[in-house]
Design a protein around this ligand. Sequence first.
Ligand code: NAP
Length: 484
Amino acid sequence: MATRVIPVDPFDLVVFGGTGDLARRKILPALYRRFCAGQIPKEANIIGAARTDFDEAGYRAFVRDAITELVPAVLCAGDAIAAFCNRVHYIKLDAREDDGWETLAQIINPDRIRAFYFSVRPELFADLAERLYRHGMASGETRIVVEKPFGHDLASACELNATLAHHFDETQIYRIDHYLGKETVQNLMAIRFANMLFEPLWNSQYVDHIQITVAETVGIAGRAEYYDRAGAMRDMMQNHMMQLLCLIAMEPPAKFEPGAVRDEKLKVIRALDDVAPEDIVRGQYDASSDKLGYLDDVGNANSTTESFIALKTGISNWRWAGTPFYLRTGKRLKARTSEIAVVFKDAPHSIFGADAGRHANILTIVLQPNEGIELGVTIKEPGPGGMRLIDVPLDMSFAETLGPEAELVPDAYERLIMDVIRGNQTLFMRGDEVEAAWRWTDPIIAQWQEKGEKPLRYESGSPGPEDALGLMYRDGRHWREIRE
Ligand code: NAP
């Protein structure tokens, strides 16, 4: 199954923080893959910008090493890397000083699409916006891509929105949440809005509950300082999980276009219920035989920051009133997996009698590691011996469906960066969405901060604190197993 590629117009893309971890691991490999796919025109320029003293050859070597390490070998054959590196340049500059900015302004083509990727720590976003404006690069076909975290709370998010709005129109601002670029997340919209099968059942009359899990096996090593200030609520729940919740719960937009989709997502966030203290479980991972625990990882024995959170909420609107949404995310858990499970209600009456047991259809959208969609259906267990029922999956794994081509399906960063160049904001968060998400998040955090509550301990490699299981047991439900 060959993927269709429509080349974009020539552009200049500046990656501020072009020497950093995100640029090396995600942005540069993503650009290279799109280059190999024939989507990036030969006249495009990719310009890394940071304080490190690279000359052009040095930066090209840095880019080449990143690609060789991170892109499948099949894409690195021949002179593809050299051709790509010819399009790569480097400017040494500091976001907080004026040197280098005039040079940047001179090499940027004013008649082209110009994208500026803010892949630096958030404290520098305002400096970058201000200097782009002062050096005449903010107008015309300019777009800025702003990485997470977008604010630390409602007040800081509003302040950042206001700062950016000072120099850029909302149509120029691309707040990136890479979860939205995942193939399965977009497929979620296709499944809901391109099939007649699911949408009539997509409401509290037929859906018992929805659970969203984003489980990681890694700890917070390398990001300790940031993470201990943020915690799972700010790092994952307020953005990635909230976005998944929006897509699963929103009303059908009239069109698949930025304004319509983002309006519907905003309505979901605004209809979210407050979360009661008894509906939240926070945890911190313990040391394991070969790894440090959370407190040692952050070097702060008194830290009350959570590396795990599970909570139950609801959406007060006609579609969802009465259907609980259970969300959990954490570090150092049993397996690395992200999935959304829509658990349908039991059939109203079993003609097979009590012995047949209880069976529910579950639609599972797996975001990682093996992107795909699975529908659990109940069938008769084959063979003689009466009418025994079993649940089996109707499975659509992308890796199996696409075969070797699965490796070539654009990843989230590829898709999102190309959307920036095309000027398509559908999969990016609007300013009011981000603010609404913080408006919901802030009081939840305030609850435990006021009480000085400590997170519960949990074993590394476990599904999280025991109490998180209780959150669902007490409602007569259970979490799906965390498994690869
Ligand atoms: P990083 O590895 O620390 O890189 C930071 C980059 O900023 C470096 O290129 C650094 O280069 C540059 N920089 C620092 N101070 C600067 C200044 N005053 N002027 C100009 N450039 C400066 O951080 P990162 O992990 O790449 O993260 C970048 C952003 O992406 C952050 O907002 C982060 O929250 C977000 N993010 C990262 C990831 C990830 O997986 N890494 C995931 C999601 C979001 P020099 O030292 O050469 O100046």
